[in-house]
Design a protein around this ligand. Structure first.
Ligand SMILES: O=P(O)(O)O[C@H]1O[C@H](CO)[C@@H](O)[C@H]1O
Ligand SMILES: O=c1cc[nH]c(=O)[nH]1
Length: 286
């Protein structure tokens, strides 16, 4: 017999919902679109034929509804992999843990989770306004210092080389996207290797007034090579999604609307349009 998960670990609100997401198991679909910005949730659900359910708590806004007869949930996550830790654990708990017995269900449900986010390009071959699918993500955050994530030999050697190039005191982690979601949704998008950074400013080589510990950081990101691997873009969540997906057994794909290019130093004037185009593609294909 499994030991029930204590009340301080699987936290269920008075109304039966999971702690941060504020959701009951029956309020989500097994197909989930995630966005960073809470205001982007209605940008997705405005295309639904019918919205069945809406809730919000902190940065987690959820709409569940139907698009051309298919039940879809869209949830906002806010920014950063610390929020993805909460999102992925709580979504998994909703479908794979019995809230009454507090034990994992015998039968596992695999969710399909598609991130529709914004990102900055690290190469001049990734144009502003393009849609890029993260085939691989490398995390520069420390989330995976706390989970038993398995890494292949190739992943180990690449992340060790990156650690040495950056001179940081911990080893980054590397995880792939779901192959089946790539072929279903991202077959015509730019294939990319995404760097997930633990911040938007210095960790992405941006200096306003606080300065940078290394003026060379952006060049290290841009110029890092291992065989034919190089980084195409950066953002703040993808590696967290992919590693939690690997740990929990869910299919995950991160799609990026490229709104900045750090080589050409441009920012898209039509960012909303680029994101909207990505939303429509995902809804049609998911
Ligand atoms: O547009 P979203 O999905 O929030 O994604 C990107 O934009 C935010 C930074 O502006 C970070 O969350 C980054 O990952
Ligand atoms: O440059 C960018 C653009 C969007 N999101 C990021 O994290 N970085």
């Amino acid at each position: 017999m499994a030991i029930p998960i204590p009340e301080s670990e699987l936290i269920i609100n008075g109304n039966g919902t999971i702690y941060h997401l504020n959701l009951l198991p029956e309020q989500i679909s097994d197909t989930i679109i995630t966005v960073g910005d809470p205001d982007r949730v209605p940008m997705v659900s405005k295309y639904f034929d019918e919205i069945e359910f809406i809730t919000a708590k902190r940065e987690f806004v959820t709409h569940t509804g139907y698009y051309k007869g298919k039940r879809i949930t869209v949830i906002s996550t806010g920014m950063g992999t610390d929020n993805i830790d909460i999102l992925m654990n709580e979504l998994d708990a909703l479908v794979n843990i019995d809230f009454v017995s507090r034990e994992p269900n015998e039968e596992r449900i695999n969710l399909r989770i598609i991130r529709v986010g914004t990102s900055g390009a690290l190469q001049d071959t990734v144009p502003l306004g393009s849609h890029l699918a993260s085939h691989t993500a490398v995390g520069l955050d420390t989330l995976m210092q706390f989970y038993p994530l398995l890494q292949s030999e190739e992943e180990q050697s690449l992340t060790l080389a990156l650690q040495s190039a950056l001179g940081i005191g911990f080893q980054p982690y590397m995880v792939n996207a779901s192959e089946s979601l790539i072929s279903k949704i991202a077959y015509d998008m730019i294939p990319g290797n995404t760097l997930t950074c633990p911040g938007f400013y210095a960790p992405q080589g941006r200096a306003l007034r606080a300065g940078l510990r290394s003026e060379e950081l952006l060049n290290v990101y841009k110029d890092f090579r291992m065989n034919d691997f190089r980084f195409t873009n950066f953002e703040m969540e993808t590696a967290g999604y992919y590693s939690m997906g690997r740990l929990l057994g869910h299919e995950v794909l991160s799609l990026n609307a490229i709104v900045a290019n750090r080589v050409t130093k441009e920012f898209a004037k039509n960012a909303e349009e680029v994101i909207d185009g990505l939303i429509v593609k995902v809804l049609e294909r998911v």
